[in-house]
Design a protein around this ligand. Structure first.
Ligand SMILES: [Mg+2]
Length: 161
């Protein structure tokens, strides 16, 4: 349940061929530390990456756990994709809403995000293709650091032998 199907350094490293090879027709994207850093700066080449995938007919929707609607909406607006904020990952509610928006079977959808206990777990619970990316910014709080340490332990445990 906590094992990502695939791992990438950053979301823009994922190309259309990888998605097609894995029968992925749609993406559900995390925002914080996946698309933008802690200072709300977008990842380099993000718009170009989204543009290219749209041309390949990949459907895209944002599902962020952030309760800051304005922030999530700004990112979604800039990329011209639908969004859900306060999506309560790893619970199924928000991700199910995102699936309704993109109208795709979960097995043909990849959920991409930087956190094991929200993004990957949520995706796996709904039988989606889970992709874990590295967080763009380092954690700024003690609690954040602890969370990353726990993630690391779980990732080590589920690593392919
Ligand atoms: Mg995140």
């Amino acid at each position: 349940m906590l094992k990502p199907k695939a791992r990438f350094d950053k979301i823009t490293d994922i190309d259309a061929k990888f998605l097609k090879d894995n029968n992925i027709n749609a993406l559900i994207l995390d925002v914080d530390n996946t698309l933008i850093d802690m200072d709300k700066r977008p990842l380099e080449n993000l718009e170009k990456w989204i543009e290219n995938l749209k041309k390949q007919n990949i459907k895209i929707c944002i599902a962020s756990n952030s309760i800051r609607k304005g922030k999530v909406r700004n990112v979604a607006k800039k990329l011209d994709i639908p969004f859900i904020y306060f999506s309560t990952k790893p619970l199924k509610r928000g991700l199910k809403k995102a699936l309704e928006i993109i109208q795709e079977n979960p097995e043909n959808v990849a959920e991409i995000g930087d956190q094991l206990f929200t993004d990957v777990w949520g995706a796996n619970r709904l039988k989606m293709f889970s992709i874990l990316t590295k967080p763009i910014s380092p954690e700024k709080t003690k609690l954040g650091e602890i969370k990353r340490k726990i993630e690391k332990i779980f990732l080590e445990k589920t690593k392919d032998n």
